[in-house]
Design a protein around this ligand. Structure first.
Ligand code: FES
Length: 177
């Protein structure tokens, strides 16, 4: 370190870097650069499912509008699902019908008692009703529970487009008051 004094000026302080400091800065910088090079791809991999844009639609085309009648009809369909890094195409079912005003709706077949599967008009004791064979819950055409279960059957969101019925997410039953 050298100090020079000039008249009327502040002393100039000259700092020099020691060899030890130079080496520690250089090696530290190179180390940080290499660590970042390894860490950034790892972070990118970890958060990839979160930041990846969603592809596809929540709605699935299931049946032609003209084929839906006032009698509930069962439709089966596959839905592409992404859960983190796991992708699958599980099968779902729905009971689709028209109500008295001509509105198309779709009910989930999952019994609200303990989750067995209901079907339309399968037990002669409960004609024109959804029946669950597990513990004999039954529901009317709108999905309203009549025995055993404590809630109505859920519905699917329905979209009509180009003469086709599309089903979306499952929602609580909106038909039963
Ligand atoms: S699961 Fe349907 S009646 Fe029990």
């Amino acid at each position: 370190m050298q100090e020079k004094e000039h008249k009327g000026e502040k002393p100039v302080v000259k700092r020099e870097m020691s060899r030890r400091q130079f080496l520690s800065y250089t090696l530290g910088g190179a180390g940080a650069f290499m660590a970042a090079g390894m860490t950034v791809p790892m972070i990118r991999f970890a958060v990839d499912p979160i930041i990846r844009p969603k592809s596809g639609s929540d709605y699935v085309k299931v049946i032609e509008e003209s084929k839906v009648t006032t009698t509930p009809t069962e439709v089966k369909f596959k839905k592409h699902q992404v859960d983190g890094w796991y992708e699958s195409d599980p099968e779902f079912a729905a009971w689709i019908a028209k109500d008295d005003s001509g509105k198309i709706y779709a009910l989930s077949p999952i019994c609200k008692h303990l989750g067995c599967t209901v079907a339309w008009n399968t037990d002669s004791r409960f004609p024109n009703e959804f029946f669950c064979p597990c513990h004999e819950a039954h529901y009317d055409k709108d999905g309203k529970q009549k025995a055993v279960a404590s809630a109505p059957l859920d519905e699917y969101e329905v979209k009509l487009e180009g003469g086709w019925v599309y089903l979306g997410p499952v929602i609580p039953n909106s038909r039963v008051k």
